[in-house]
Write a protein that binds this ligand. Structure first.
Ligand code: AHR
Length: 350
């Protein structure tokens, strides 16, 4: 009787321990990437995958924290990332839209870290305030790729590579082309529509443009204000500029095409002809900007390439293969005005 009780106690203990171990196993799995698989995950059916299906943990999981959807350029960048990773079965993309808020981006990065993604891509809304969260990613051994905008950090090893444009050069090209087309000996008062305050795209485009303008005493930036990279705010700020300075304005420099398109509307509503009465130059090179050049309302667009998906994918694959990466993977870009813009319009995809 006692022997029977002892054996029964032993069997119950073994059963209980193995149940506990299996429960722990499930919890452990829930901390890995597979736990983010949809609906049926954790139901006990996920292991019944067909023999030839690629194991979920073979996928390279990429977490992408996007700024938002403030411009046509931004939409094109999002699409490029979604197409590149969505069409490649080796990858799984986790996409997060921060709606212009740095705090949302920091939260998204922390979620990606807890999900143990293989790589993080970050398009940082502003330059500063990233050290802590990038240190957390580094401590978790997750490479971070900066996309399109840069960050200011004391330790460059906090990110793997920056993939994007030379914003200072874009600003310089905007000013040089303006002088080339208007003539450097003419008196020109410029109003500037800045991008998002604190964004590297705004800081550097301002810096590059100012450098060239400051070297020519005939050219002056008489007003400068942020239009937050949006068409609506670009229009609003331009309306205010026109109200205060009206016919004293000879040129507009907008840090992106969307703000320039808003400014064009404001100039027309004010009763002047954009592109003729007021010279307009902007940055990006989105299709509506090429159309505005064709229609004579925009003078110049300085290209900034948003199609960064393929470069990001290659960088992640190279990193995984142990290939040394450039700290800055630069985009190829051009400057468009006149017939060159009209000729390029049919092939513009975004
Ligand atoms: O960081 C790139 C800039 O961000 C683009 O020029 C602008 O359109 C976007 O919002």
């Amino acid at each position: 009787m006692f022997k029977f009780k002892k054996r029964s106690f032993l069997m119950t203990t073994v059963l209980a321990v193995s149940l506990m171990l299996s429960a722990c196993g499930n919890n452990a799995a829930n901390n890995t990437k597979e736990s983010n698989a949809p609906a049926n995950a954790g139901t006990g059916t996920e292991s019944a995958a067909p023999a030839n299906a690629p194991a979920a943990d073979k996928k390279i999981v990429v977490g992408f924290s996007q700024i938002g959807a403030e411009s046509g350029w931004r939409d094109a960048e999002t699409q490029s990332i979604k197409d590149t990773f969505g069409n490649d079965p080796q990858f799984e993309l986790k996409f997060s839209d921060a709606q212009q808020k740095q705090e949302n981006q920091i939260k998204a990065i922390r979620t990606f870290i807890s999900q143990k993604v293989d790589a993080i891509a970050l398009a940082p809304v502003v330059e500063s305030g990233w050290e802590t969260v990038l240190e957390e990613a580094k401590a978790a051994n997750i490479p971070v790729f900066l996309l399109d905008r840069t960050v200011k950090v004391s330790d460059e090893s906090l990110y793997t590579s920056f993939i994007g444009s030379d914003f200072i050069l874009e600003g310089q090209n905007a000013a040089k082309t303006m002088m080339e087309l208007l003539g450097s000996d003419k008196q020109v008062n410029i109003v500037e529509l800045q991008g998002t305050v604190g964004a590297s795209a705004a800081n550097d485009r301002q810096k590059g443009f100012k450098e060239i303008v400051d070297a020519n005493p005939n050219y002056k930036i008489i007003k400068s204000q942020s239009g937050d990279f949006t068409r609506a705010k670009g229009k609003e700020v331009m309306e205010a500029f026109l109200k205060s300075d009206g016919k004293n304005i000879q040129a507009v420099y907008a840090h992106n095409d969307d703000m320039a398109l808003g400014a064009i509307q404001a100039i027309e509503e004010y009763g002047l002809k954009p592109g003729t009465d007021i010279f307009v130059v902007s940055v990006d090179g989105i299709k509506p900007a090429f159309e505005a050049i064709r229609d004579g309302k925009l003078n110049v667009t300085v290209e900034c390439n948003p199609l960064l998906g393929p470069q990001l994918k290659q960088a992640i694959l190279d990193f995984k293969a142990g290939t040394a990466l450039d700290k800055w993977i630069k985009s190829d870009e051009d400057v468009y005005f006149g017939q060159k813009a009209i000729d390029a319009l049919p092939n513009r995809t975004y």
